[in-house]
Each structure stands twice: as C-alpha cells, then as structure tokens.
Design a protein around this ligand. Structure first.
Ligand code: GTP
Ligand code: ZN
Length: 312
C-alpha cells in the first residue's frame, strides 16, 4: 500500500489545489483522485480551503487527494448559479474578525449584527476590530464610540481598537491572528487592507490581487484562498459581504444568535416568544432597562423581517 500523508488545502482553482504538507510544510500541487466520493455532500466543491486532506504522492511528484478529514466547521455560500447546490467557502475556521469604522465610513449596525449572527450560527468565535480610532476625537464621535463599545460589551463580544494609520492595536491584532486560521471581513473603506498591511507587510500585494479579482469575477465562481502569515497562521480574506455565509433561521430561533437577547429570553411568559408583540416579554423589558442595546434589538427585528421577505 502507498504511503499516505496529511496536507492542508491553501488554495483551490477548481481542479487543482495548492497544498502544504502538515508535517514538513512542503508545498504541493494536488488533484482529487477519481475514486474520491464524499458521502452525502451536496456542495459543488468537495475539497475546500482549510480542509485537511490525505494524499498519496504520485510518480510525477504531485499529490493525489484520497480523503478529506472531518471538519470542525465550514462556511457555505449559495452557489452563484442559483441551483440548490451550495458552495463551501472555507473549512476549519478558528475565528472571524469584522473590521468596522464609526466615521468615514460609518459601518452600519445591522451589517455588524448580521456578521455576528452568521458567526454564531457557524459557531465561529467573532471579534470586532474598531479601526480608525485616531479619528474619534470630537465630542460627538467620542459619544458614538462609547455607545458602540457599550452595546457590544453588553452583547459579550470583544472589540479590539486599532488605528492602521498610527499603529495602535496592531500588535494586539497580530498576536490574535498568529497560529490561527482567521476569516477577516469588513465593508469597503474601513481600512481592512491597511490593517492587513500593518500586521504583515508581506501580504500586501497578494491581498490587492484577491480583492480585485473577486470584484471583477461576479459571474464566475470565486475560489477562496488562505494567505500564510509571516509568523504562522492564515488569513482568509472575504469581500465586504453581509454576514459571511448562508443561513436559514426560523423566527423562534433567531434569538439564539443574539447572546445578549438570549440571556433574557428564559424570563419571557411564552416559551416560543418572538420578542415582538407578546406580553410579558423579558427581552423587551431588558431593552427598556438598558440591559440590551436598542441597536441590537433593532437588528434582531430587522433579521426577522428580512427573513420573511426572503421566504415569500
Ligand atoms: N484616519 C485613519 N484612516 C485610515 C485608517 N486605516 C485606513 N485608513 C484610510 O482609510 C481609507 C481606506 O483604507 P483601506 O485600507 O483601503 O480600506 P479597505 O477596508 O481595505 O477598503 P476596500 O479596499 O475598499 O475594501 C484609506 O484612505 C486609508 O488611508 C486609520 O486607522 N485611521
Ligand atoms: Zn420575549
């Protein structure tokens, strides 16, 4: 029997995969061996970025992928061709970061909360990166910053404050990324590229390439790529999208993905309370008492509404 080794999938281009041997770190080009069948998989791509795969070395020195190791999680997006099939963006993601800004541009709350909901749904720990902290110096912006920090501390999310411009918080972010597979997202203009550059200057060029090609390639399937960090770990760059994957949420389940709402929900009179119109709702009570940020509750209501529209 041939010797089998394990490799990490760094990049997928459809039929070829860029791999790294887990033990030696050696880069390899791999293809799926024809006999590889994934039981019960309805996704268009059976091997994805972040997967650990088993391979055998072939005579020409390339790797034949013969198996995929069980995934700790995976992020799905609906296929671009509108079929029922899904497209997996990445597997085995350790953590997700959303870069946000409160000024020029101000990131929309709903956008932030959508991202966090997706992270909860996929059980990927999420952290917010509040960039451009050098700008929040006027009374008005200080106030906005304080209420932002308050809202997410009530919700139980960590917020890292950074300034890519001045370097504040860059070391802290770098420390958090080292040795992990991290998904990084952010709406346009918040300084995501500047931050990546500050964390690891060697990533600069390649990051520019990926954002340019994913924007141009609207009608083609875009393939993900993981970018190795100088000091270990990988970044998965995702374009500015609402949330980062596909989720279907029933009304009486939506609350599950808002830890701050969920904490109070057991006090509601009705066990299936949707925290909208019901009497004796502990969630609405908590909002009134300032224990849940109004913006978070609004995002929750918005999520219920959007979901209804979507299902019609
Ligand atoms: N004042 C200030 N400006 C910043 C900071 N970080 C980035 N910027 C500026 O914000 C603008 C956008 O920065 P980018 O790094 O290109 O933002 P991005 O999020 O990658 O945007 P896209 O490329 O559109 O996705 C640039 O003019 C940066 O110089 C910061 O911490 N403070
Ligand atoms: Zn309720």
């Amino acid at each position: 029997m041939e010797k089998r080794s394990t490799a990490l999938v760094i990049k997928s281009t459809g039929s070829w995969y860029a791999l790294r041997d887990v033990r030696s770190g050696r880069p390899l080009a791999g293809r799926i061996r024809g006999s590889l069948r994934l039981r019960g998989s309805r996704s268009t791509n059976p091997v994805v970025v972040g997967d650990r795969v088993e391979y055998e070395t072939t005579d020409d020195g390339t790797a034949a992928i013969v198996g995929v190791c069980p995934r700790s999680n995976y992020i799905i997006r609906r296929s671009p061709n509108l079929s029922k099939e899904s497209h997996i963006i990445a597997a085995n993601v350790d953590q997700a970061f959303l870069v946000v800004s409160l000024y020029r541009p101000a990131t929309n709350n709903e956008f932030i909360d959508r991202f966090l909901v997706t992270a909860e749904a996929y059980r990927v720990p999420a952290t917010l990166v509040l960039n451009k902290c050098d700008l929040y110096v006027t009374d008005e912006l200080r106030e906005i910053r304080a209420s932002f920090l308050h809202a997410y501390s009530l919700a139980g999310y960590e917020v890292l404050e950074t300034s890519a411009e001045r370097g504040d918080g860059v070391e802290a972010l770098k420390a958090r990324l080292t040795g992990k597979v991290s998904l990084l997202s952010g709406n346009s203009g918040v300084g995501k590229s500047s931050l990546i550059r500050a964390v690891d200057p060697s990533l600069d060029v390649r990051t520019g390439e990926v954002s340019a090609s994913s924007r141009r390639g609207k009608h083609t399937t875009t393939f993900s790529e993981m970018y190795p960090l100088e000091e270990g770990g990988y970044l998965i760059d995702t374009p500015g999208i609402k949330g980062f994957g596909l989720i279907d949420i029933a009304d009486d389940e939506a609350c599950r993905y808002f830890p701050d709402l969920l904490r109070h929900a057991s006090g509601c009179a009705y066990y299936n309370c949707t925290h909208t119109h019901e009497p004796s709702c502990a969630v609405k009570e908590a909002v009134a008492q300032g224990l849940i940020a109004p913006s978070r509750y609004e995002s929750y209501l918005k999520l219920l509404e959007d979901d209804k529209k979507y299902r019609k």
